[in-house]
Design a protein around this ligand. Structure first.
Ligand code: DQQ
Length: 741
């Protein structure tokens, strides 16, 4: 549709303001687009909407407790039902909950004093939205100076609307300030725009040099928004069914995230947007359920919900709809943070951290849904009202008390519960509570405190029973530290400690599978906010790891045996590869989604390097280097030509318990997950940019080395279509998996 066939009704309550007059002039001057003023009371009288394609309420003054849209809602909704479009800009965006399309209005409504070019940061997943037809890219500053209306979702998300854009300010992404939202409504649609789209001349004192470029962007953006409302394409809303969620996943793949440096194929990921900690891991009705911290608003950490995936076999996963969302009136209004799931005598029950304002407190929810899709929140939430009164819990700018994350288990009929915290005078701590009923807890004391040298806060504490000893792990903002020891009188007597993984691995959680402990960790991105925003997704989970004690009492870690079921084709099978000093050998193990199982001996070399994600000219490659002193390093400096990717090396010590070094390396588009000698883990996130960054080579340095064995397989995708649906690619890979012995 061209502007000339666009008929706009400019909604006014009372005399039009100079801004409204300027907006009317602007649209009227667009190549003959028709504009008329439609008073709200004309709508009430059943007049005014029939002649226009789009109603536009452009309100530049605060609502001041009056919302004319509320009275006009029946007329506006009838107009929408018949295919009309409604644009709510500036303060009018704050009035959207007067319509039945939305119950949660923008939570930030006020003036902004601009100091730098400010505008919209469009979501990459919605880059094909017709509003952007006349613009290139995702970042569109529209206003540089002045005091302007600023209306947005900041700590909450709309309950039903789909966020289309956040904020860019002075060249910096501010994803948590959501300024453009769309809602389907009958055959029509509603678009809310809280970004500063202003047309009147600014007051003299705010005028500077004219910003012609920014004005032109504003014009294109707003004309695109109005045109999009006049088109008959239904605006996609927030996905609700498993099939919707699957389509969201496919969108990311279609956006080109399915090659080297892209979204992992066989590591568990969210369908799009943001994922962090694994949560609520439970085997229920014979299936594995993994929930995870999820932001449906985009690939950034805010407004956290619980995403959900389910598996019968631990390697193929199916996306489920979002399982848990913040309740606008609940103690979890600002987010449903990390927690766990337990079987309470046949009732699946979760305990998680509710965030609201500066408080974070434990909340409980239960379900009788065998699929664990829908949860009922306990109306007595929070189940603990405040951190222990006799403890000096750390207060920060964000939180009145750092007090979160839950690990609950039952022993001899008593429930035990760990909560992570920080002490004002003593670093991180894991606090122990007990209960007969999951809703009433008694504080027992700290299970373990880190002391002043530990990280300020211990997040996501988890106590595992490994037979002879217990393992407590905590996430201290940087590392996942584990402590091995014995439990006596509610305290852990520690005899050794270490790191569960030495790379990009955080906030793990486990489930007891009957005879083994399976642990998943969050693999955070190692690229900046802009890189994550453009990709449209962020975060993956590690492979499920079996954690246990060896006969020597030390920790062992290996991928769950089922992971071998992902092996599709064997692509390399080398024996006795002799590496002369500095003689690089290309191994025929190319691929971006592969597993390498190798045994390497240094002989008289100083180091040996296995290089993965390598382009034929080696412009991009990721060396995994093993040195004589047992140091194993992933060198990310040459990994990527993308300046947004982190380049710091990641190392661990893998002493030669059993020379030669045995390695299992899982390469998955942007993941390198390494298991050394069945004991030590190092996971790195890397982002090769080139399609041909798939080669593998090896070289010895300062002497000879040998690879006694190197086998490689191409691995299948982990994600399955929702029940009752099969896309061709998935069917092929599932069938291939079934054929394998
Ligand atoms: N992530 C959660 C918190 C936890 C942190 C919030 C660890 O509950 O402390 O998304 O990554």
């Amino acid at each position: 549709m061209t502007d000339s066939s666009l008929r706009v009704g400019l909604l006014v309550d009372g005399e039009p303001t100079s801004e409204q007059r300027a907006a009317a002039e602007w649209i009227g001057a667009r190549d003959g687009a028709a504009v008329e003023t439609v008073p709200f009371d004309a709508l009430d009288a059943g007049d005014g909407a029939g002649r226009v394609d789009v109603l536009w309420w452009h309100r530049d003054r605060p609502l001041g407790g009056v919302n004319p849209l509320a009275d006009a809602a029946p007329a506006v909704e009838a107009f929408l039902a018949a295919g009309g479009g409604l644009c709510l800009s500036l303060y009018a965006f704050a009035a959207v909950d007067a319509l039945s399309v939305e119950s949660v209005p923008p939570d930030r409504v006020g003036d902004d004093a601009l100091g730098e070019p400010t505008g919209v940061l469009w979501r990459s997943l919605r880059a094909d939205h017709p509003a952007l037809d006349a613009l290139d890219g995702l970042r569109h500053p529209i206003r540089r100076r002045g005091t302007v209306p600023g209306v947005r979702y900041e700590r909450v998300l709309p309950a039903d609307g789909e966020p289309l854009a956040s904020t860019v300010r002075g060249g910096t992404e501010v994803p948590e300030e959501v300024t453009v939202v769309s809602w389907p409504a009958g055959d029509g649609a509603v678009l809310g725009i809280g970004a500063p789209v202003l047309f009147a001349e600014p007051p003299t004192e705010e005028r500077g040099e004219p910003d012609r470029e920014l004005d032109a962007t504003r014009d294109r953006l707003l004309a695109g928004c109005l045109r999009s409302l006049a088109s008959s394409d239904p605006v996609p809303s927030r996905p609700e069914s498993a099939a919707d969620v699957r389509r969201l996943r496919e969108r990311v793949a279609e956006a080109g995230e399915d090659g080297p440096g892209g979204r992992p194929a066989y590591h568990l990921t969210a369908p799009a947007n943001w994922l962090n900690d694994p949560n609520g891991l439970i085997r229920w009705g014979g299936r594995y359920h993994v929930f995870y911290q999820y932001n449906p608003g985009g690939p950034y950490h805010n407004t956290i919900h619980w995403g959900h995936a389910v598996s019968d076999d631990l390697v193929t996963w199916r996306d489920e709809p979002v399982a848990l969302s913040p309740s606008p009136d609940g103690p979890d209004r600002d987010g449903c943070w990390s927690g766990c799931a337990v079987d309470d005598d046949g009732t699946a029950t979760i305990l998680y951290t509710g965030g609201r304002g500066r408080d974070q407190l434990p909340c409980l929810a239960t379900t009788d849904d065998p699929e664990l899709r829908s949860w009922e929140k306990y109306d007595g939430n929070p189940v603990i009202e405040a951190p222990p009164a006799d403890l000096d819990v750390l207060e920060t700018d964000d939180w009145r008390a750092e007090f979160r994350d839950h690990n609950v288990w039952r022993e001899d009929g008593t429930w035990y519960h760990l909560v992570g915290t920080g002490l004002s005078d003593g670093g991180g701590a894991a606090l122990l509570y007990t209960a007969d009923d999951l809703r009433e807890w008694t504080y027992e004391g700290p299970l373990l405190t880190g002391g002043p040298d530990a990280g300020a806060v211990w997040e996501c504490p988890e106590l595992l029973d490994l037979g002879d000893r217990r393992l407590l792990h905590v996430s201290d903002y940087e590392n996942v530290v584990y402590f091995l020891g014995t439990l006596a009188d509610g305290e852990l007597a520690v005899d050794s400690e270490g790191l569960l993984d030495h790379g990009d691995f955080y906030a793990p959680q486990s489930l007891d599978d009957g005879d083994r402990t399976l642990t998943w960790g969050w693999l955070p991105e190692a690229r900046d906010v802009a890189g994550q925003w453009d990709a449209g997704w962020s975060g993956a989970l590690s492979l499920p790891r079996v954690i246990e004690l060896g006969d020597d009492g030390d920790l062992r870690q290996r991928p769950a045996a089922e992971v071998t079921d992902l092996r599709a084709d064997r692509i390399a099978d080398h024996r006795d590869v002799r590496l002369a000093a500095d003689d690089r050998r290309r191994l025929d193990a190319a691929g971006a989604t592969i597993e390498i199982d190798a045994e390497i001996a240094l002989e008289d070399a100083e180091a040996v390097e296995l290089s993965v994600f390598e382009t034929p000219d080696r412009a991009e490659h990721t060396p995994i280097r093993y040195e004589r002193d047992g140091t194993l390093t992933v060198d990310r400096a040459p990994s990527s030509n993308d300046p947004r990717a982190f380049t710091d090396p990641q190392s661990m010590s893998a002493p030669p318990y059993d020379e030669p070094l045995s390695l299992r390396v899982f390469i998955d588009r942007s993941v390198v997950e390494i298991y050394a000698n069945g004991r030590h883990c190092l996971t790195s996130r890397v982002y090769p940019t080139r399609e041909d960054a798939v080669e593998v080579s090896a070289v010895a340095e300062g002497g000879r080395a040998s690879i006694s064995r190197l086998t490689a397989w191409r691995l299948d995708d982990a994600m399955e279509p929702p029940e009752g649906e099969a896309s061709t690619g998935d069917t092929a890979s599932v069938a291939a998996r079934e054929r394998r012995p």
